[in-house]
Design a protein around this ligand. Sequence first.
Ligand code: SIN
Length: 189
Amino acid sequence: MSHNTIAINQQQQPLDHLESVWLFGYGSLIYKADFPYLQRRPARIHGWQRRFWQGSHDHRGTPEAPGRVATLIAAPEHSCDGMAYEVTPDVFAHLDHREKNGYLRIFTTFDWLDGSGQVEGLVYIAGPDNDAFLGEASPLAIAEQIAASHGPSGPNSEYLMRLAEALRELGEQDEHVFAIETELKRMLA
Ligand code: SIN
């Protein structure tokens, strides 16, 4: 599958008939909300794990030297905490452009982290069949690639550090992200 997903997302899933849509963010969408939203709430989705297995050609790297960013990998026994935003459907023009490097939107259920119930909403996932997917590597190898990568949105290390900080604020104990952060801090020290 081509790594530019804008057309696929817009054709497969028109949203204009909806008044508002919930979007679950688990990566940069947690700490960089560069779009208008009606409200936001911490949320959890089940059956997925956050992994730095997606290549970034357009934000934190280049096509020749991709960075590494977060995607979700199916993991039935696990869950992933993040931030959900209620947005109007027009906001997806911006979001689809921002997430165009391999991410497809899917509908899923999220639980509110405060235990008050659940909602159906969208999440952007870059699956193993997209051209920019890099796959598994050790925390050390991922940190080395992140330390060396830069793109139009800035250094790849900033993405990782800001996400780790935001996860701590949410109270999320993400061993994968924190192990990469430890390696990266050692390298950059
Ligand atoms: C997300 O944050 O939900 C998707 C991945 C990203 O934009 O970093």
